[in-house]
Design a protein around this ligand. Structure first.
Ligand code: AMP
Length: 627
């Protein structure tokens, strides 16, 4: 193998001060092994070296402009001859041309290209690097998950990103190397596309990769869950085994968590249902017989190793108390924080997490997606409402579509994008990415607000996702899909002579799992008779709505059990007038008033709830197939 004639470290040093040099470096390093490491773009360093990690973060945030230029140049030069880019750029590269000719797109615009790859055409349609898998997003298109292209190299980019989280956490919390993390991580179903490419969620892809399996077991990567339990495809066995391992190793646990708050709380609920059985396993030193996944059974049995009645008594004592307030701290007494994403739609879970946590900090470390990993929270101990993410400038080329705060639909705005270094404090933007994996000027759909700067890198608060009204777990239901589902369901009551005159919704997370609630105001067609509703028909309405929602909702509801049965609350005559009066009293204009299709204000929910005349729940989980 040829070795690279360049000393990459030296090159990186130069790169920090001079972006022009990188162009030469780029050309010189072509064809040499270190090309895949992208000197300067993905610097190579020892992830166990905290100081080196901090230094990299300083460099990345100091040299945002240069790095972004370099990233764009690299992406364009590499992919100039793909069918997609050649169509716009004719093989040329100039930033100005890129911005002028390559359109800002939505998923629907690129879907045909991605489907062609899924059906066996060459990756070269969109990417010079072979597309090695398709990452199924929780955002959907036509009811199915969107599929984002990914490459082998992208796994290294993700590993680089994960490694950067370590020095940040170590800066704020001491002694993390003296124990383990109880992280409840899961894989989700995957399918093979006609071309043989796997289509699966981004984290499933990462946990199954060699990057995860062969991660250096440094202080940050030591988990109580053996990989076999994380990779177990039966989510119930997986969770049971992970909790068992976490309880057995409770003295070593320094931090607990899951990716999203919803998954963590679901695990706590599972613990509420299964703690007696878990204690019995610990007492006997025997894993329950229903754990039939042989590799899980084997590793968990090794960890359980012997009967331990003392530990079983202790856990039993804590779990049998009437209130589970502060249970996390009681079961895992050395825990320093709970690592779960609690920003965006996950903020609805903060009160419940606070109840269980016993005052532990809630830490949202990162902001990422199937398209690309975006940003890091540099102040992990900040309270959730103050969390901002600093976009890491070597992950992708970032642009921003300015958004007017009160304009619900950004599609109406024909504005130009702004570069990462040009965003303005306090302004709202929609994130647009150009990735190393074949997405060009792609609208992610997330609305962010600039809250400050770290060195030269802007920091963003995640505000909301464009046009999402309901979300419990990874589901993202928009107004249009909700309307379609309600329209289908309302036919059932129309056949009985009722009319649906208004509806709205909210995500009820007061119990675990949370569920969708629809408020319906019904009237008798042509008469003032009292409403007499047939519960069977109303339950069927609930099921029809569920059946009409997209596949991510149906997967969460049927396969993951992370969403409970949908509920329709029928409200009495005049309720929506009362809602309008309330909204107007809060500042809505009477002329422009439109019924909000999703309610977040507690007061508004109380107005609706106080007028409920009937509650009905879906009796069947909706159908779901991987695709
Ligand atoms: P997916 O494509 O299914 O991986 O979902 C990615 C989306 O999840 C992002 O585009 C955001 O809308 C949301 N998301 C990811 N990380 C965060 C975070 N830290 N805070 C709020 N929302 C997030």
């Amino acid at each position: 193998m040829r070795s690279c004639p360049l000393n990459c470290t030296a090159v990186k040093q130069q790169f920090r001060t001079c972006s022009r040099i990188t162009k030469d470096v780029n050309q010189m390093s072509r064809g040499y092994p270190c090309q895949s490491i992208l000197p300067g773009i993905l610097p190579d360093y020892d992830p166990n070296d905290n100081e080196a990690g901090m230094k990299i973060l300083e460099d990345l945030t100091e040299n945002v402009y240069q790095i972004q230029q370099r990233v764009l140049e690299e992406i364009i030069t590499r992919n100039a001859h793909t069918e997609y880019l050649e169509g716009f750029l004719n093989g040329q590269y100039e930033k100005e041309l890129f911005e002028r000719k390559v359109p800002v797109v939505n998923y629907e615009d690129i879907k045909p290209y991605i489907e062609r790859i899924a059906n066996g055409e060459s990756s070269n349609i969109i990417s010079a690097e072979p597309i090695t898998e398709l990452l199924t997003s929780s955002g959907t298109s036509g009811g199915q998950p969107k599929m984002m292209p990914s490459t082998a190299e992208d796994l290294h980019r993700k590993t680089f990103f994960y490694n950067l989280l370590v020095p940040v956490m170590n800066k704020y919390v001491d002694g993390l190397d003296e124990g383990k993390g109880m992280y409840l991580l899961f894989v989700k179903p995957e399918i093979e596309t006609p071309s043989g490419l796997m289509a699966r969620p981004v984290l499933t892809s990462y946990y199954k990769s060699n990057n995860f399996k062969n991660r250096p077991l440094n202080r940050f990567n030591v988990y109580t869950s053996p990989d076999e339990t994380i990779l177990c495809s039966d989510s119930k066995q997986s969770l049971y085994c992970q909790l068992l391992c976490g309880l057995v190793q409770r003295e070593e646990v320094l931090r607990v968590g899951a990716v999203f708050a919803s998954a963590f709380l679901r695990s706590i609920k599972f613990l509420e249902d299964y703690w007696k059985e878990l204690c019995s396993n610990i007492r006997k030193g025997h894993v329950s017989d229903w754990i039939t996944d042989s590799s899980c059974r084997k590793v968990v049995s090794l960890i359980l190793s012997r009967p331990n009645s003392e530990l079983a008594d202790l856990i039993e004592h804590e779990c049998s108390t009437k209130s589970w307030e502060g249970i996390i701290k009681k079961l895992w007494p050395r825990t320093k924080y709970i690592e779960v994403i609690v920003t965006g739609s996950m903020a609805q879970y903060i009160p419940t997490l606070e109840f269980y946590s016993g005052g532990l900090p809630l830490v949202s470390t990162m902001y990422a997606s199937s398209e690309c990993y975006f940003g890091i929270n540099f102040k992990p101990l900040n309270k959730p409402s103050d969390v901002s993410y600093t976009l890491v400038p070597n992950m992708a080329y970032f642009e921003f579509l300015p958004v007017k705060k009160n304009l619900a639909d950004t599609e109406k705005e024909a504005v130009e994008t702004v570069d990462l270094v040009d965003v303005k404090l306090g302004q709202y933007y929609e994130l647009v990415v150009t990735t190393f994996t074949g997405l060009y000027r792609y609208r992610v759909g997330d609305i962010l607000m600039v809250t400050g700067f770290y060195n030269n890198a802007p920091q963003f608060r995640f505000m909301h996702r464009r046009n999402v009204v309901l979300s419990i777990d990874t589901d993202k239901t928009n107004e249009e899909d909700l309307l379609k589902a309600v329209t289908k369901a309302k036919h059932l009551v129309e056949l009985l002579g009722f009319l649906l005159i208004e509806y709205t919704s909210y995500a009820d997370t007061s119990s675990i799992p949370g569920h969708y609630v629809l408020f319906w105001e019904l009237t008798n067609k042509g008469s003032n008779d009292l409403l007499v509703l047939d519960p069977k028909i109303m339950e069927e309405c609930c099921s029809t709505v569920e059946e009409s929602l997209d596949s991510v909702y149906r997967r969460c509801r049927r396969k993951d059990n992370s969403i409970g049965p949908l509920e329709i609350r029928v409200v009495k005559d005049g309720t929506f007038d009362a809602l309008m009066d309330f909204c107007v009293s809060q500042g809505s204009s009477v002329n422009q008033y439109k019924t909000p299709r999703c309610i977040k204000s507690e007061e508004a929910i109380n107005i609706l709830d106080s007028r409920v005349v009937g509650r009905f729940f879906s009796q069947n989980a909706p159908s779901w197939e991987p695709f």
